[in-house]
Design a protein around this ligand. Sequence first.
Ligand SMILES: NC(=O)c1ccc[n+]([C@@H]2O[C@H](COP(=O)([O-])OP(=O)(O)OC[C@H]3O[C@@H](n4cnc5c(N)ncnc54)[C@H](OP(=O)(O)O)[C@@H]3O)[C@@H](O)[C@H]2O)c1
Length: 288
Amino acid sequence: MIFIMAAGGGAGRGTVESLLRQGVPAQEIAGGARNPSKLDWMVAAGAHAHMADYEDPASMVEVFRDIDTLVLIPTMSAPEARCMEHRNALLAAKSAGVRRVVFLSIQSGGNESRFLMTPFFVFAEDATQRSGMKWTIARMSLYADPLADWLPDLVRMGRLPYPVRNGRVAYVSKADVSNALAATVRRSDLDGEILEFTGPASLSMTEVAAEISIAAGVTIPFASITDKEYGDICRAEGCNEGMITGMTSLYHAVEAQEFARATSDVEQLTGTKPESVSEAILRLRRDR
Ligand SMILES: NC(=O)c1ccc[n+]([C@@H]2O[C@H](COP(=O)([O-])OP(=O)(O)OC[C@H]3O[C@@H](n4cnc5c(N)ncnc54)[C@H](OP(=O)(O)O)[C@@H]3O)[C@@H](O)[C@H]2O)c1
């Protein structure tokens, strides 16, 4: 039995749907959420849905029994809280007899990272490797999907404004991450492996702007801006100061090339080339 934590979120649902598409029988798939009614779609598909709260170890021990492979998709909590959530899940899994953990992590500069969320991923990867269970870690690059949400604003502004000069990113779509994560779960030969889920190419911001321009049908050039200008844009879009600090640190990490590496892992796992930024944006906007 495969169990997916945070199955009601974007990455969790995508992974469950991909497992089903890849032919895993629904009765061999279970999902956990704080409110299992958010997983009614899983029950309708013939899979199992449980209450499983990262903050409540007992809720996890109970539903992790008879689970072979546990997929840990982190929440969006602050780093300290996320560390406790991950620790709770690993302890619960170990005591329930789970054999293998697959952890969805992120590319980063490790202990030298400029991104404020990275300490969680460093802790969680280390704790996963020391858990005493078999493990596979899948590090993703940045999602391309938010660029699709941002497209109308980019067209309005007439530029792609980021506080970046030379940083490159191998943007990957959430759909490709979910498909590759599902394929990883199905593989029995990836114990102790650290995979990297990226898009097909490592792009400069000028190249990202060119991809966005293809999807938009108008030219949207890249504009390298200051941290302050970026903060002002985020504030005007309704972000709070904590979000702005976190996002600015993310682009400092981009500048430090923490998300620059492109790999062939998605294609090797899924048999399909990952989407380019323009392909992902066009699909996401078409499917709305
Ligand atoms: N690569 C990137 O660019 C990028 C960007 C953003 C995020 N991420 C990563 O992507 C992952 C999540 O993405 P997503 O799209 O799936 O996010 P999402 O759609 O916001 O889903 C987060 C899920 O976490 C669940 N959750 C929150 N607290 C929980 C708890 N205590 N116990 C159990 N479940 C809990 C939420 O359930 P409820 O419905 O109960 O709230 C929700 O289903 C995170 O690991 C984050 O680090 C990556």
